[in-house]
Design a protein around this ligand. Structure first.
Ligand code: ZN
Length: 303
């Protein structure tokens, strides 16, 4: 049996849409391994998908997080309460132990009124359940090995997880849904173009046969995918750089950027319904804020 058949892709049906946020389940010699948890708002969907496969959420022993954004890690506390260990970047770990600041900063981005609907709830995870992962560190779960690669750029606390010739890329390899284009999610606060490109280069060096994207699913033409990601990252970043250089505010730049990305999608024959899924997975207005912040810090010599 081929190795990739052991990876179950769980569609968490975020906001009742298909293929916007995923999680990945692997049976190991030491219980179930879950890569990504999705937000807490989709925990009942996660539970249902695990049960359809004949397991229970409490069978999950190891939860490997790409980073601590809510759409990737928001349900981790639920699994920790059921006894799972949570593997996370050292920069992200304190925010899972004391999630107040994480919650507050997300509230500023999404609006306090939208938090529960989008993300559910968040509770602290006991430090005894949290394991910090170093760059290149390998964990053996009953004969199945996963290696953590620190891959900043989208977030300073980002990890890509290698399993055989497969790489779970969180957000660092971008978003690609249902055969659509590859786009880079650029939320605040720590978008960093140069670090992101270095992380893409690291992925190339690891030369995986396939990537698993949290948004969404498997990619087999890895080099084509990475090249398209680099191009769209530059494209988005330099669109916003021009706005920044001209002194545009975020409010001014946002409708222009949204129209720019909408037309780019139309030029690629992306249907309105698929465009809507991209907006669920990666709202384009959010990338204006993230990239404006990047150019501002860079202009101040703070990056
Ligand atoms: Zn993210």
């Amino acid at each position: 049996m081929r190795k990739e058949s052991h990876v179950h892709i769980l569609d968490l049906q975020f906001q009742d849409a298909e293929q916007t946020i995923g999680a990945f389940l692997i049976q190991s010699g030491d219980g179930l391994v879950l890569v990504e948890t999705g937000p807490e708002s989709t925990f009942s969907v996660l539970r249902g998908k695990i049960e359809v496969l004949g397991y229970k959420p409490s069978d999950i022993r190891h939860v490997l997080l790409s980073h601590i954004h809510f759409d990737h890690a928001g349900a981790a506390w639920r699994l920790a309460q059921l006894g799972a260990r949570i593997y996370v970047h050292p920069v992200g770990l304190p925010h899972l132990a004391s999630p107040e600041r994480l919650w507050d900063s997300a509230s500023q981005i999404y609006g306090a009124d939208n938090m529960a609907r989008l993300w559910g709830s968040m509770e602290p995870i006991s430090e005894s359940s949290l394991i910090q992962v170093e760059h290149g560190e390998t964990f053996d779960f009953g004969g199945i090995a996963f290696t953590a690669w620190h891959t900043p750029g989208h977030a300073s606390h980002h990890v890509a997880w290698q399993f055989d010739d497969t790489l779970f890329t969180g957000d660092v390899a971008g978003v690609k849904i249902s055969g659509g284009p590859v786009v880079p999610p650029c939320p605040p606060p720590d978008i960093h173009l140069e670090r992101w490109k270095k992380s893409i280069e690291l992925i190339r060096q690891l030369s995986p046969s396939r990537l698993y994207l949290t948004h969404f699913g498997v990619v087999e033409h890895v080099e084509d995918h990475l090249r398209e990601l680099e191009q769209s990252l530059d494209d988005w970043a330099f669109f916003i750089k021009e706005e920044f250089d001209q002194g545009a505010s975020i409010d001014d730049a946002t409708p222009r950027f949204m129209e720019y990305t909408r037309l780019a999608m139309i030029n690629r024959d992306v249907t309105p319904s698929l465009r809507a899924l991209y907006e669920y997975a990666n709202p384009s207005w959010m990338s204006v804020t993230g990239l404006m912040r990047y150019w501002k810090l860079k202009s101040q010599g703070r990056l």
